[in-house]
Design a protein around this ligand. Structure first.
Ligand code: DGJ
Length: 385
């Protein structure tokens, strides 16, 4: 090729690469990766490791099969949170017909990865539903890797809390109360029965249900799996073993009969903040928020953190993770999904700065914003013009 043409081609390429550099978040807009393909990481979580962020999420495919796991967990990495490099499939589903719990066609949702300092391993947890069984299995599963990007090796799945009562569970609650099975759902009597363990007793032997979930590592290195349990009626928080691959048997309930899913948690000023959604399948609803001084509770329910237009649908999205921004004190990004169940691969992402008014977490819509939002007085986080 003549030198002149080569130079022109190189300049065009450089220009295209430059055009792809993103300098702001644009919630709800297509979010191209370094290959100019919309990020495919739904129900995601983020790991920050050695100066790099790693985004892990459900790899969705087009069409009706796309809500079941056809591929696995997709990983991307980034230095600045705006520009993401495709790192490929970190955890791959097992081949169809293999009989594995994680075979192609299972449901694999909300993967979250944490690093275990004691073992030097990266530990991935996700919500697992067995192939062909709808959402009945309600299990939480773990996989490990020696590098953040994987490949992750499947370890096993759990129904947590088998044979273990939650903290503070009274002796008199260990036997069913007469007639509790016949109580009409959502009545005050039924709510009281749920709070006193009607579903916990039912699942005491096989272990408690575990659907929508997140993982939280506390300042002391202890990790917790927080998941929707009891037919999605009650959240459970369960302590993980020192290697983060199993459960210690210490667990508790959060908001019994509160019907919460999509838990996302952060810690600020010694307090724990939880954002959740209600339970309306793939359709968005109003977020909820909670605060506690101990991960074991008591958890106090606060308001819907979202404000302004579309607050009642959380801006048409559902929480998935509260991302601590590295190097900025108490700066968290609210990460949420805009699900498109008819064509799941199109699903969008809503990332917004999380602010606090006293203890109340707050969200305000911004078409476009940058991390410098966290450098302003926090109550005044606004959109970048
Ligand atoms: C809502 C949950 O938050 C999602 O992760 C997914 O499980 C859908 N329900 C399935 O309907």
């Amino acid at each position: 090729m003549p030198k002149r043409l080569l130079l022109a081609a190189l300049l065009t390429l450089a220009g295209a690469a430059q055009a792809q550099q993103r300098t702001a978040f644009a919630p709800g807009q297509p979010w191209p990766d370094n290959k100019d393909t919309h990020l495919n990481a739904h129900g995601a979580g983020v790991l920050y490791d050695k100066g790099r962020y790693y985004l892990f999420g459900e790899h969705k495919v087009a069409g009706p099969k796309g809500n079941s796991a056809q591929v696995g967990v997709h990983c991307y990495s980034s230095k600045d949170l705006y520009n993401w490099q495709d790192e490929g499939i970190a955890f791959a589903v097992a081949p169809e017909g293999s009989g594995s719990e994680v075979e192609k066609g299972c449901v694999l949702e909300r993967p979250k990865v944490v690093f275990n300092k004691q073992t030097g391993q990266y530990v991935m947890w996700f919500h697992l539903e067995l192939k062909g069984k709808g959402y009945a299995a309600a299990r939480t599963a773990v996989a490990v890797a020696s590098k953040p990007t994987g490949p992750y090796r499947y370890v096993r799945s759990y129904r947590p809390g088998a044979g273990q009562w939650p903290l503070g569970f009274k002796d008199e609650w260990k036997q069913p109360a007469p007639g509790e099975k016949d109580l009409k759902w959502w009545t005050p009597e039924w709510r009281a029965a749920v709070a006193q363990g009607s579903f916990i007793r039912r699942d005491f032997v096989p272990g408690q249900m575990a659907r929508d979930m997140t993982i939280f590592v506390d300042d002391d290195g202890k990790a917790y799996n927080i998941h929707s349990s009891e037919e999605n009626l009650t959240l459970h928080v369960a302590e993980l073993t020192a290697d983060y691959q199993g459960f210690t048997g210490r667990w508790n309930t959060i908001a019994p009969a509160g019907h919460n899913e999509a838990p996302a948690i952060c810690k600020r000023g010694g307090k724990y903040y939880l954002i959740t959604s209600g339970c309306t399948g793939w359709a968005p609803n109003a977020a909820r928020s909670f605060v506690a001084s101990s991960i074991w509770g008591p958890w106090q329910q606060l308001d819907n953190p979202a404000t302004g237009p579309d607050a009642d649908s959380t801006y048409h999205s559902q929480s998935t993770y509260l991302l601590p921004v590295a190097g900025k004190k108490d700066a968290f990004i609210f990460m949420a999904d805009r699900w498109t169940p008819k064509n799941p691969i199109e699903g969008g992402y809503i990332w917004l700065p999380l602010t606090f008014e006293g203890d109340q977490p707050r969200l305000r819509w911004a078409d476009r914003w940058t991390l410098s939002a966290f450098d302003q007085p926090r109550s005044k986080v606004v959109a970048t013009p």
